[in-house]
Design a protein around this ligand. Sequence first.
Ligand SMILES: [Zn+2]
Ligand SMILES: [Zn+2]
Ligand SMILES: [Zn+2]
Length: 271
Amino acid sequence: MRIQLLGTAAAEGWPAVFCGCRTCNRARAAKGKNIRTRQSAQIDDVIKIDLPPDTHYHQFHFGIRLSELKHLFITHSHDDHFAVAELHYIRPPFAYNQSSVPIKIYGNPTVIKAVDSIKTREELPIETITLRPFDPVRADHLKFTPIPARHKPDEQCFTYVAQSDTSAVLFAWDTGLYDKQSMEYLLGYRFDVIIIECTQGTLQMPSRMHMGFEGVLEIRDTLAKSGGCDSHTRVVLTHFSHNIGLLHDEFAEIAEREGVEVAWDGMIIDT
Ligand SMILES: [Zn+2]
Ligand SMILES: [Zn+2]
Ligand SMILES: [Zn+2]
């Protein structure tokens, strides 16, 4: 599996759209890994997780051909992950020479209802698949299992486990600490890579919606006790808010002490 993280910021982006805070200004000056767009991941050539408003920029900046997209998994309906209006451009006269239509879009009932609405209205080449918790689906060469997040009380948000014949990867944004059922389910895997949100960085701000560094370490250590991860497992942090106050290299230095990596836009992970 080749994973590329296309965006690694929380909803407002970083530098945040309308923000003049010190951290955003430091990021503007430092550029490089400190410029973060909204969260998404490309997996091999044909699978993508989330459709952020920065998708237009992602496809040309990272050289991704979304004309080859076959499977699009959506985590939840927050608009930093699900810019549904972009689907308008998925058919002629806006898109030609797509190698695999209809494109399959997977998500919870809220997401699928929104996709079905635009699909019907505009006759889009899309097939929708409503996911059920813990019920895996096959997407090309990978098996995807939706794991309920703890994020939005009025919606069943999903994180995903993607498995190839040789590896297992957890994609875990947006979620606070998992509830008991999800956590117990995750104990049944042995992960090669865990890509997990750290929206709150090292801030001591408890949240049911999002994770901070302590929460990430708690999940990692719980998994480690069951053999779900070990010293070979890469733990990669993503989905950062400017409120954390730490630029990439500053947080990377702190994370490294725990053997954890801090993602950046464009980071490639092979497993
Ligand atoms: Zn988000
Ligand atoms: Zn800011
Ligand atoms: Zn969200």
